[in-house]
Design a protein around this ligand. Structure first.
Ligand SMILES: [Zn+2]
Length: 338
């Protein structure tokens, strides 16, 4: 592995001990109760659908998009903070989408290569009212938690890391090594500067507590590795730092058999608004201008090289391609294949 180094404890033993009471709070404390302006969730009230994973291949690497969860979100101001509510509603209407309560998915990537089993992110776990289904769907696939050998974290937001821990705060994937961008690691280890977002104070507090609690648990496991832009993790799999959404947000690139695939994670968000208008600010970006810059850069790159891509928040399975359209882009979902 190049560009990878073991993460030594930043917080130190004193801080670990001091955080013990915090740790006992369990994974349920990972996310704040919610920013009521943008997120409304409730437990599932209807029978579940049958599908939970979608299989596709990139050369020799077997990939699965695992459906973890969903949330209904009001699109404004979430996906267009610097646009008008009317402009956001008009863009949605043109795609036959409602102006309120758009469904957003959470898609976890599973990769099997040789004897290794990798995850990119870990879903919501028990942290939300509508708990993540990652473990259930891995079970259907015959993958046990202890089978997972590596987990790449795209960034340290709760919807991506909360599934690493059970409701008692214990790490679920006992044999996994963890790979987090070095900048991301440093950012959340200190007092993160979230002054450029319009998130409310409770949301910021919950974000910081959740990220730091996760870092402490990962450091204590002795299996946290910091990676730099371009680091190679295993044969055909590497990471690419994008920044934007968070300072050390990273994507995962698979190159095998002449094919290229990139898991974009949260570099793009809404499957219409973020593609048509990459310049529209995302409420959750730590620096909205930087987020817009990174979004356009990533979309331009994958549109030019015609990569197959996957997004964490587009409709499940969230696998497809990106094309240029007007001044922006369009999302072309992969056609379902049995
Ligand atoms: Zn996310």
């Amino acid at each position: 592995m190049s560009g990878v180094r073991r993460r030594e404890a930043l917080f130190g033993l004193g801080a670990l001990a001091a955080s013990a009471a915090f740790m006992r709070g369990g994974a349920a404390a990972v996310q704040p109760a919610g920013d009521k302006a943008v997120m409304q969730t409730k437990p599932a009230e209807k029978p579940q659908q049958g599908a939970g994973f979608y299989r596709f291949k990139v050369g020799e690497v077997e990939c699965y998009s695992i459906g973890d969860s969903q949330a209904r979100m009001d699109p404004f101001p979430l996906w267009g903070e610097n646009a008008s509510e009317e402009a956001v509603a008009a863009a949605l209407r043109a795609s036959a989408l409602p102006a309120k309560q758009n469904l957003m998915h959470f898609n976890v990537l599973l990769m099997k290569t040789g004897s290794e089993t990798w995850l990119v992110d870990a879903g919501n776990g028990p942290a939300r009212a509508e708990p993540g289904m990652l473990m259930k769907h891995l079970g259907t696939l015959g993958v046990k938690a202890e089978d997972v050998s590596g987990i790449v974290l795209s960034h340290l937001h709760g919807d991506h890391f909360a599934g690493l821990m059970d409701k008692d705060g214990k790490l679920v994937f006992t044999n996994a090594k963890y790979f987090l961008n070095a900048t991301e690691c440093e950012f959340w280890s200190r007092t993160p500067d979230l002054s450029k977002t319009n998130l409310n104070a409770d949301w910021k507090k919950g974000m910081i507590e959740g990220a730091q609690k996760t870092l402490i648990a990962l450091e204590a496991s002795g299996k946290l590795n910091m990676v730099d832009d371009g680091a190679k993790l295993t044969s055909g799999i590497s990471v690419k730092k994008t920044g934007g959404h968070t300072p050390g947000h990273q994507t995962v690139v698979v190159e095998s058999g002449g094919k290229r695939f990139e898991m974009l994670a949260d570099a793009v968000h809404h499957y219409v608004l973020s593609f048509q208008h990459p310049e529209w600010h995302l409420h959750f970006d730590y620096d909205a201008k930087e987020g817009a810059r990174a979004r356009r850069e990533v979309l331009s790159r994958v549109a030019s090289d015609e990569s197959l891509v996957m997004c964490y928040h587009t409709p499940w399975p969230g696998v497809g391609r990106v094309i240029r359209e007007g001044d922006g882009f369009a999302w072309m979902p992969m056609v379902w294949e049995w």
